[in-house]
Design a protein around this ligand. Structure first.
Ligand code: HEC
Ligand code: CU
Length: 313
């Protein structure tokens, strides 16, 4: 039976997969059985009861109680059984275990953004530990999308102005493919993401160090990515315009005055301190609303921000 599963179904990547597959295979096999039965009998009867001569008269049968009860009861039992089976599976897939790690998912044309409990964000790539339940709280910024991971047997619409949820507990390490499965415009078929399932140790290592591309990326580029993906861009412009926070243009090497009258040169240490203890020196003319990024940025990302700010002449 397992070779048959592997032949027609994707790999089983989560704890939900077995249940979904069993119900699916059951429906398929029952359909196949009745197809053969009905089509076979139809063919048989066409041949068996063919007209044999011009004057042949057949018996006039109007009904058969035994037969009718049988072909009503058997499908009824099958269909009701399937209903409860499906309902049980649906409820199980709907309600995440309480201890599940929560990840926010934002879909927009044409990408998936994931936000982890500590505020870190990734684009089109979700890292999760093996064997731990994960709950996704999903919403869309523009149009309907749909989050689909075949190997997890997980699929749910992602809707603007509303939150929908799925959960899964990955059982297979490796990379799993995410598709958007609700037509959402020109780039729909490119709206792909990966779920990287790894053991707890590699997952923690990834949290701290980032992936290969992050390790090999030039620092200034990494800094720009941090600015885009970690919320800095909502308060800090790069072109000299004043936002909720000061623009970063040309600040490296300047001397900045603070609300308490002190001043300090903008150098690597000052930038680092601005991230870790933003309230320690509040730039004059601004409010101390910047959140701390203590523990939320990887060491290499902090270096990246410093290098990136240096390049903004
Ligand atoms: C909610 C808005 C907000 C966000 C988000 C934010 N900042 Fe700030 N930031 C401010 C404000 C306001 C100031 C000025 C007041 C202060 O120094 O605390 C500031 C100051 C700074 C300074 C010192 C600038 C100067 O001219 O002296 C740096 C460097 C900085 N932020 C870096 C970052 C980085 C890097 C991020 C993203 C990882 C970030 N900020 C996210 C609001 C924000
Ligand atoms: Cu889409």
């Amino acid at each position: 039976m397992n070779w048959f599963r592997q032949l027609i179904l994707p790999i089983e990547g989560s704890t939900l997969a077995r249940d979904v597959d069993n119900a699916y295979l059951f429906v398929t096999l029952v359909s196949l059985f009745f197809f053969v039965l009905v089509a076979g009998l139809a063919a048989l009867f066409v041949w068996r009861y063919r007209r044999r001569g011009p004057n042949e008269i057949t018996p006039h049968i109007t009904h058969n109680l035994g037969l009718e009860v049988t072909w009503t009861t058997i499908p009824l039992v099958l269909v009701m059984g399937l209903f409860f089976w499906g309902f049980y599976g649906f409820m199980r897939a709907q309600i995440a275990p309480g201890e599940a790690m929560e990840v926010q998912v934002t879909a927009k044309k044409w990408q998936w953004q994931f936000e982890y409990p500590d505020g870190m964000r990734t684009l089109n790539e979700l890292h999760v530990p093996l064997g731990k339940p994960v709950r996704l709280v999903m919403t869309a910024e523009d149009v309907l999308h749909s989050f689909y991971v075949p190997s997890f047997r997980v699929k749910h619409d992602v809707i603007p102005n509303r939150y929908t949820e799925v959960w899964f507990e990955p059982t297979k390490a490796g990379t799993h493919q995410v598709f958007c499965t609700e037509y959402c415009g020109k780039g729909h078929s490119d709206m792909l993401a990966k779920i990287v399932v790894e053991d707890e140790q590699s997952y923690q290592k990834w949290l701290i160090e980032g992936d290969e591309s992050m390790k090999s990326m030039p620092l200034a580029e990494l800094g720009k990515l941090v600015w885009e993906n970690r919320g800095c861009s909502t308060c800090h412009a790069l072109d000299g315009t004043r936002g909720q926070g000061p623009s970063w243009k040309g600040i490296f090497g300047q001397t900045h005055k603070f609300a308490d009258g002190a001043s300090a040169p903008v150098d690597a240490n000052y930038i680092r301190e601005s991230l870790m203890e933003p309230q320690k020196h509040v730039v004059q003319g601004f409010e101390g609303i910047m959140p701390t990024y203590q523990g939320l940025l990887r060491p290499r990302e902090v270096l990246g921000v410093i290098e990136f700010i240096k390049t903004l002449k």
